[in-house]
Design a protein around this ligand. Structure first.
Ligand SMILES: [Zn+2]
Length: 251
Protein backbone atom coordinates (compact mmCIF):
# COMPACT_ATOMS: atom_id res chain seq x y z
CA UNK A 1 0.00 0.00 0.00
CA UNK A 2 1.49 3.34 -1.00
CA UNK A 3 1.73 6.35 1.26
CA UNK A 4 -1.16 8.28 -0.30
CA UNK A 5 -3.58 5.34 0.04
CA UNK A 6 -2.57 4.90 3.65
CA UNK A 7 -3.08 8.62 4.26
CA UNK A 8 -6.60 8.36 2.78
CA UNK A 9 -7.44 5.50 5.12
CA UNK A 10 -6.14 7.46 8.12
CA UNK A 11 -8.23 10.49 7.13
CA UNK A 12 -11.34 8.30 6.72
CA UNK A 13 -10.64 6.73 10.13
CA UNK A 14 -10.28 10.15 11.79
CA UNK A 15 -13.58 11.32 10.24
CA UNK A 16 -15.10 8.01 11.39
CA UNK A 17 -14.08 8.34 15.04
CA UNK A 18 -15.18 12.00 15.07
CA UNK A 19 -18.67 11.05 13.89
CA UNK A 20 -18.42 8.09 16.29
CA UNK A 21 -18.20 10.53 19.14
CA UNK A 22 -21.49 12.09 17.97
CA UNK A 23 -22.97 8.57 17.80
CA UNK A 24 -22.14 8.18 21.50
CA UNK A 25 -24.20 11.29 22.19
CA UNK A 26 -27.09 9.76 20.18
CA UNK A 27 -26.82 6.41 21.99
CA UNK A 28 -26.82 8.13 25.39
CA UNK A 29 -29.52 10.74 24.76
CA UNK A 30 -32.06 9.26 22.29
CA UNK A 31 -33.46 6.68 24.77
CA UNK A 32 -33.87 9.49 27.33
CA UNK A 33 -35.68 11.67 24.82
CA UNK A 34 -32.99 14.38 24.98
CA UNK A 35 -31.79 16.52 22.09
CA UNK A 36 -28.70 15.19 20.31
CA UNK A 37 -27.85 18.67 19.02
CA UNK A 38 -28.31 20.97 22.01
CA UNK A 39 -26.71 20.72 25.43
CA UNK A 40 -22.98 20.38 26.03
CA UNK A 41 -21.31 17.13 27.00
CA UNK A 42 -20.81 16.50 30.69
CA UNK A 43 -19.72 13.76 33.07
CA UNK A 44 -22.74 11.57 33.80
CA UNK A 45 -21.61 11.11 37.43
CA UNK A 46 -20.56 14.58 38.66
CA UNK A 47 -22.01 16.74 35.89
CA UNK A 48 -18.68 18.46 35.14
CA UNK A 49 -18.73 20.09 31.70
CA UNK A 50 -16.10 18.60 29.46
CA UNK A 51 -13.31 20.77 27.98
CA UNK A 52 -12.38 20.50 24.32
CA UNK A 53 -9.37 18.35 25.16
CA UNK A 54 -11.63 15.90 26.94
CA UNK A 55 -13.77 15.55 23.82
CA UNK A 56 -11.14 14.36 21.34
CA UNK A 57 -12.51 11.03 20.10
CA UNK A 58 -10.63 7.94 21.23
CA UNK A 59 -7.52 9.85 22.39
CA UNK A 60 -9.16 11.67 25.32
CA UNK A 61 -10.41 8.44 26.83
CA UNK A 62 -6.94 6.91 26.50
CA UNK A 63 -5.18 10.03 27.86
CA UNK A 64 -7.57 10.20 30.84
CA UNK A 65 -7.19 6.42 31.28
CA UNK A 66 -10.96 6.08 31.30
CA UNK A 67 -11.56 8.40 34.27
CA UNK A 68 -13.37 11.75 34.62
CA UNK A 69 -10.88 14.56 35.32
CA UNK A 70 -13.30 16.05 37.88
CA UNK A 71 -14.55 13.18 40.03
CA UNK A 72 -12.26 10.36 38.82
CA UNK A 73 -15.23 8.05 38.33
CA UNK A 74 -14.66 5.64 35.47
CA UNK A 75 -15.95 6.49 32.00
CA UNK A 76 -17.51 3.55 30.19
CA UNK A 77 -15.24 1.76 27.72
CA UNK A 78 -18.26 1.84 25.43
CA UNK A 79 -17.37 5.41 24.35
CA UNK A 80 -13.97 4.67 22.80
CA UNK A 81 -15.27 1.32 21.49
CA UNK A 82 -18.12 2.97 19.57
CA UNK A 83 -15.73 5.58 18.18
CA UNK A 84 -13.21 2.95 17.11
CA UNK A 85 -15.95 0.73 15.66
CA UNK A 86 -17.29 3.59 13.55
CA UNK A 87 -13.76 4.44 12.39
CA UNK A 88 -13.14 0.83 11.34
CA UNK A 89 -16.55 0.54 9.63
CA UNK A 90 -15.87 3.70 7.63
CA UNK A 91 -12.46 2.37 6.56
CA UNK A 92 -14.05 -0.92 5.44
CA UNK A 93 -16.68 0.99 3.44
CA UNK A 94 -13.99 3.17 1.87
CA UNK A 95 -12.00 0.05 1.02
CA UNK A 96 -15.09 -1.40 -0.68
CA UNK A 97 -16.40 1.59 -2.65
CA UNK A 98 -13.41 3.95 -2.93
CA UNK A 99 -13.89 7.68 -3.29
CA UNK A 100 -17.56 7.72 -4.30
CA UNK A 101 -21.08 8.75 -3.34
CA UNK A 102 -21.72 5.09 -2.49
CA UNK A 103 -19.04 5.39 0.19
CA UNK A 104 -20.57 8.55 1.61
CA UNK A 105 -24.07 7.00 1.84
CA UNK A 106 -22.74 3.66 3.11
CA UNK A 107 -20.70 5.33 5.85
CA UNK A 108 -23.82 7.05 7.16
CA UNK A 109 -25.76 3.77 6.86
CA UNK A 110 -23.08 2.00 8.94
CA UNK A 111 -23.27 4.72 11.60
CA UNK A 112 -27.09 4.66 11.75
CA UNK A 113 -26.99 0.86 12.07
CA UNK A 114 -24.44 1.14 14.87
CA UNK A 115 -26.68 3.51 16.85
CA UNK A 116 -29.79 1.38 16.17
CA UNK A 117 -27.94 -1.79 17.27
CA UNK A 118 -26.59 -0.49 20.56
CA UNK A 119 -29.90 1.13 21.55
CA UNK A 120 -31.84 -2.00 20.52
CA UNK A 121 -29.48 -4.25 22.52
CA UNK A 122 -29.97 -2.02 25.58
CA UNK A 123 -33.63 -1.04 25.42
CA UNK A 124 -35.18 -3.56 22.98
CA UNK A 125 -36.40 -0.63 20.90
CA UNK A 126 -35.02 0.58 17.59
CA UNK A 127 -35.56 4.35 17.73
CA UNK A 128 -37.62 5.76 14.80
CA UNK A 129 -34.94 8.42 14.19
CA UNK A 130 -32.49 5.74 13.08
CA UNK A 131 -34.94 3.87 10.83
CA UNK A 132 -36.05 7.15 9.22
CA UNK A 133 -32.41 8.08 8.61
CA UNK A 134 -31.80 4.68 7.00
CA UNK A 135 -34.92 5.03 4.83
CA UNK A 136 -33.76 8.47 3.63
CA UNK A 137 -30.31 7.04 2.83
CA UNK A 138 -32.10 4.21 1.00
CA UNK A 139 -34.07 6.64 -1.16
CA UNK A 140 -30.87 8.56 -1.97
CA UNK A 141 -29.14 5.35 -2.99
CA UNK A 142 -32.12 4.37 -5.13
CA UNK A 143 -31.65 7.63 -7.05
CA UNK A 144 -27.91 6.97 -7.28
CA UNK A 145 -28.60 3.58 -8.89
CA UNK A 146 -31.72 4.53 -10.82
CA UNK A 147 -30.96 2.01 -13.60
CA UNK A 148 -31.55 -0.69 -10.99
CA UNK A 149 -34.69 0.80 -9.40
CA UNK A 150 -36.91 -2.35 -9.54
CA UNK A 151 -34.42 -4.21 -7.35
CA UNK A 152 -34.34 -1.43 -4.76
CA UNK A 153 -38.15 -1.16 -4.64
CA UNK A 154 -38.44 -4.93 -4.36
CA UNK A 155 -35.86 -4.82 -1.58
CA UNK A 156 -38.07 -2.34 0.25
CA UNK A 157 -40.99 -4.79 0.51
CA UNK A 158 -39.67 -8.37 0.47
CA UNK A 159 -37.90 -8.95 3.80
CA UNK A 160 -39.94 -6.26 5.56
CA UNK A 161 -43.15 -7.87 4.25
CA UNK A 162 -42.09 -11.26 5.60
CA UNK A 163 -41.19 -9.73 8.96
CA UNK A 164 -44.52 -7.90 9.03
CA UNK A 165 -46.30 -11.21 8.50
CA UNK A 166 -44.29 -12.81 11.34
CA UNK A 167 -45.06 -9.77 13.49
CA UNK A 168 -48.79 -10.27 13.05
CA UNK A 169 -48.70 -14.07 13.38
CA UNK A 170 -46.57 -13.97 16.55
CA UNK A 171 -48.39 -11.03 18.08
CA UNK A 172 -45.13 -9.05 18.27
CA UNK A 173 -43.27 -11.73 20.24
CA UNK A 174 -40.76 -12.80 17.59
CA UNK A 175 -40.02 -9.53 15.82
CA UNK A 176 -40.73 -5.89 16.55
CA UNK A 177 -42.03 -3.07 14.39
CA UNK A 178 -38.55 -1.59 14.50
CA UNK A 179 -37.12 -4.67 12.76
CA UNK A 180 -39.71 -4.35 9.98
CA UNK A 181 -38.86 -0.67 9.38
CA UNK A 182 -35.14 -1.40 9.61
CA UNK A 183 -35.25 -4.05 6.88
CA UNK A 184 -37.54 -1.90 4.70
CA UNK A 185 -35.00 0.94 4.71
CA UNK A 186 -32.04 -1.40 4.29
CA UNK A 187 -33.83 -3.11 1.39
CA UNK A 188 -34.21 0.23 -0.37
CA UNK A 189 -30.52 0.80 0.19
CA UNK A 190 -29.18 -2.64 -0.75
CA UNK A 191 -31.61 -3.81 -3.37
CA UNK A 192 -33.47 -7.11 -3.46
CA UNK A 193 -30.65 -9.68 -3.66
CA UNK A 194 -28.29 -8.20 -1.11
CA UNK A 195 -31.15 -7.50 1.30
CA UNK A 196 -32.26 -11.15 1.21
CA UNK A 197 -28.65 -12.15 1.86
CA UNK A 198 -28.46 -9.62 4.70
CA UNK A 199 -31.56 -11.12 6.30
CA UNK A 200 -30.21 -14.64 5.91
CA UNK A 201 -26.82 -13.69 7.40
CA UNK A 202 -28.51 -11.78 10.23
CA UNK A 203 -30.69 -14.76 11.18
CA UNK A 204 -27.71 -17.10 10.92
CA UNK A 205 -25.53 -14.90 13.12
CA UNK A 206 -28.41 -14.32 15.53
CA UNK A 207 -29.14 -18.00 16.03
CA UNK A 208 -25.48 -19.02 16.41
CA UNK A 209 -24.48 -16.18 18.74
CA UNK A 210 -27.68 -16.20 20.74
CA UNK A 211 -27.58 -19.95 21.37
CA UNK A 212 -23.94 -19.56 22.46
CA UNK A 213 -24.94 -16.71 24.78
CA UNK A 214 -27.79 -18.77 26.25
CA UNK A 215 -25.43 -21.69 26.89
CA UNK A 216 -22.41 -19.71 28.12
CA UNK A 217 -23.82 -16.60 29.79
CA UNK A 218 -27.33 -17.75 30.66
CA UNK A 219 -28.94 -15.15 28.41
CA UNK A 220 -32.74 -15.29 28.18
CA UNK A 221 -34.60 -16.86 25.29
CA UNK A 222 -35.78 -13.64 23.68
CA UNK A 223 -33.26 -11.64 21.76
CA UNK A 224 -32.94 -8.21 20.26
CA UNK A 225 -32.89 -8.95 16.55
CA UNK A 226 -31.71 -5.49 15.48
CA UNK A 227 -27.96 -5.89 16.09
CA UNK A 228 -27.85 -9.17 14.15
CA UNK A 229 -29.87 -7.79 11.24
CA UNK A 230 -27.56 -4.75 11.22
CA UNK A 231 -24.49 -7.00 11.15
CA UNK A 232 -26.05 -8.97 8.28
CA UNK A 233 -26.68 -5.74 6.37
CA UNK A 234 -23.07 -4.60 6.77
CA UNK A 235 -21.67 -8.00 5.76
CA UNK A 236 -23.95 -8.05 2.72
CA UNK A 237 -23.10 -4.47 1.77
CA UNK A 238 -19.35 -5.04 2.02
CA UNK A 239 -18.92 -8.60 0.77
CA UNK A 240 -22.37 -9.72 -0.45
CA UNK A 241 -21.57 -9.55 -4.16
CA UNK A 242 -18.42 -11.62 -3.58
CA UNK A 243 -20.35 -14.15 -1.46
CA UNK A 244 -23.16 -14.54 -4.00
CA UNK A 245 -20.63 -14.82 -6.83
CA UNK A 246 -18.81 -17.57 -4.98
CA UNK A 247 -22.05 -19.37 -4.08
CA UNK A 248 -23.55 -19.36 -7.58
CA UNK A 249 -20.15 -20.31 -8.98
CA UNK A 250 -20.56 -23.63 -7.19
CA UNK A 251 -23.25 -24.72 -9.61
ZN1 LIG B 1 -17.13 13.33 36.85
Amino acid sequence: MDFLTMLNFIIVFLFGITVGSFLNVCILRIPMGESVVFGSSHCTTCGKQLNWWELVPLFSWLALRGRCSGCHSSISVQYPLIEAANGVLWMLVYHRFGLSLDTLLSCFLASALLVASVIDARTREIPPGTTITIAVLGVLRLFLHLDNWPSHLLGFITVSGLLLLILFLSGGAAVGGGDVKLMAGCGLFLGFRLNLLAFFLGCLLGSIIHVARMKLCGAGRDLALGPYLAAGVMLSLLWGDAMLGWYFGLF
